[in-house]
Design a protein around this ligand. Structure first.
Ligand code: ACM
Length: 260
């Protein structure tokens, strides 16, 4: 399968232009699975909960509809981050395929001021069996909690689609370990640019990447430019957790001694 990470430069409060930038990058490279950044149509730096709520949309709202037109025309799938208006306001990601919306994940671990803007996720870590493999989702700061990737891998995810708006420097290198310890692929799609709103200035670090179950960085974009990186992946490589003839990373776990 062909996996793409799409690195965009959203402008706060310009959803039509931000969607158009993403679609134009997606149109430049064929892929089976495209991963877009967190909150990619709205921008990230909401000043308060009322503003986040005002920009939120239902999971089957206009962003899903626009991306479903793209995926239907190309028989592709897209994972993207958006502000979700459900029973509360969530920082969510959605998976859209040729037939429309397939599933939603609600960010479990809210970062910094997000804790004042969104409700914490309440859908667990679902995985989705697609024609080319099993996809799980996590959003940005979830990487900081190894349980996120572990839970997805234990549930059978072969690739973790990871919409992000990274501001700290650690994630791109840390995902090497997340992939290595779980023997899964990851596709982290980050944004670039900066947002200075309500007295909080944030810069986003780019470096979107695709990592293999062996911890190889198969693709990594730059810090400052929008772009798309596509790699051909054999997702069956994520099915065996065997490290060598003596070690199987999942079978060797000492669950009775772990504190969860
Ligand atoms: C983040 O979770 N957007 C840093």
């Amino acid at each position: 399968m062909r996996c793409a990470v799409v690195q965009t430069n959203p402008v706060f409060g310009q959803p039509a232009a931000n969607l158009a930038e993403a679609i134009s990058l997606m149109e430049s490279e064929p892929a089976d699975l495209y991963v877009l950044p967190e909150l990619f149509t709205t921008g990230y730096n909401f000043v308060d909960a009322a503003e986040a709520a005002a920009w939120a949309e239902p999971a089957d709202g206009p962003t899903a509809a626009a991306l479903a037109r793209f995926t239907a025309a190309r028989n592709a799938h897209v994972v993207y981050g958006f502000a979700e208006r459900g029973d509360a306001i969530y920082n969510s990601s959605a998976l859209v395929g040729p037939g429309g919306l397939i599933g939603v994940y609600r960010k479990m671990h809210l970062y910094y001021k997000e804790t004042t803007l969104f409700a914490p996720g309440n859908l667990g870590f679902p995985v989705f069996r697609l024609p080319f493999g099993v996809v799980g989702m996590m959003v940005c700061f979830d990487w900081f909690f190894p349980e996120s990737a572990r839970t997805l891998a234990l549930a059978g995810a072969e690739i973790i689609a990871h919409p992000s708006n990274l501001v700290m420097p650690h994630c791109p290198d840390a995902m090497v370990t997340r992939c290595l310890e779980n023997r899964v692929f990851s596709a982290t799609a980050n944004r670039i640019g900066a947002e200075d709103r309500g007295g909080l200035a944030l810069s986003f670090i780019g470096l979107s990447e695709i990592v293999s179950p062996k911890g190889e960085i198969l693709a990594r974009l730059g810090r400052d430019t929008a772009g798309i990186a596509v790699r051909e992946l054999d997702l069956t490589a994520a099915r065996s957790k065997r490290l060598n003839e003596y070690n199987d990373l999942f079978a060797d776990r000492r669950r009775s001694s772990y504190q969860l």
